[in-house]
Design a protein around this ligand. Structure first.
Ligand SMILES: NC(=O)c1ccc[n+]([C@@H]2O[C@H](COP(=O)([O-])OP(=O)(O)OC[C@H]3O[C@@H](n4cnc5c(N)ncnc54)[C@H](OP(=O)(O)O)[C@@H]3O)[C@@H](O)[C@H]2O)c1
Length: 227
């Protein structure tokens, strides 16, 4: 049986992506993982990532891993406006969730991909992680951790190509989507889309992607974003 795994399936985009994958019916089973799933997957606990990957592989052949986890703000930390707001604990948490966590997903899930048939790892990054596109400043931890994520995706894509020449490993910007993550910052005037619309667009775009796209950073229309 073929399996697609959605990680962060309890989040705004993750829930919509899992539902859209289920509706499309292209995989035998859609596995929803996150801190509240059974087994639980917490990006801050490598043993939980390893155990969840082993459990997923026991359900069938993992063909698609979609990482919809991410951190921008919580009760403790708000995105920085400037230098004075920099806090090592905030920065460490952003890197742990947005960069190191997805790297652990690649470590434990990608080696389980088949060696020949189509296999894909896609992670939700953010346009503000683009260094070339940074004209406004601020949001230091989120920007820098997503830039690190993009580099990790590029690096993993090189390794995935050796494992499976048809493999695809990409970072995506989903656009501005109406979720808990964006809610405090989604100003009027921005094109804020419902999660189900964004999920449909992302999956349609991923469906068109092949090995030639691997290692890239794309927006919701499939256009490459500058690093
Ligand atoms: N919404 C937007 O406008 C927008 C724009 C650009 C990029 N993005 C990116 O899209 C992704 C999804 O964001 P969203 O808008 O759907 O946000 P969300 O609703 O806040 O969902 C975030 C998800 O990350 C999970 N998560 C956080 N820390 C975790 C940890 N330690 N271990 C495992 N899972 C953890 C959460 O799990 P719990 O359910 O357990 O809390 C939740 O499922 C993020 O990477 C975000 O940066 C979103």
């Amino acid at each position: 049986m073929t399996v697609a795994v959605v990680i962060g399936a309890g989040g705004g985009l993750g829930r919509a992506l899992a539902a859209a994958l289920e509706a499309a019916g292209s995989y035998g089973s859609i596995l929803r993982l996150g801190r509240g799933s059974t087994p639980p997957l917490d990006l801050l606990s490598e043993p939980s990532v390893a155990a969840a990957a082993a459990w997923a592989a026991a359900q069938g052949e993992i063909r698609f891993v979609l990482d919809a986890t991410g951190f921008l703000h919580d009760a403790r930390f708000r995105p920085e406006r400037g230098w004075r707001d920099l806090d090592p604990a905030h920065m460490a948490h952003a890197f742990a969730v947005n960069a190191i966590g997805p790297a652990l997903l690649m470590k434990h899930f990608c080696p389980r991909f088949p060696r020949e048939s189509r296999a894909m790892f896609a992670t939700l990054s953010a346009r503000v992680g683009s260094i070339g596109d940074n004209r406004l400043g601020g949001w230091h931890s989120y920007r820098a951790s997503k830039a690190a994520l993009n580099q990790l995706v590029r690096t993993a894509a090189v390794e995935l190509r050796r494992h499976n020449p048809a493999g695809v490993c990409v970072a995506l910007h989903p656009g501005t989507v109406d979720t808990a993550l964006s809610a405090p910052f989604a100003k009027t005037g921005l094109d804020v889309r419902p999660p189900d619309v964004a999920a449909g667009e992302l999956l349609a775009m991923l469906g068109e992607m092949g090995a030639e796209h691997s290692g890239g950073f794309y927006d919701q229309r499939g256009e490459a974003i500058p690093w």
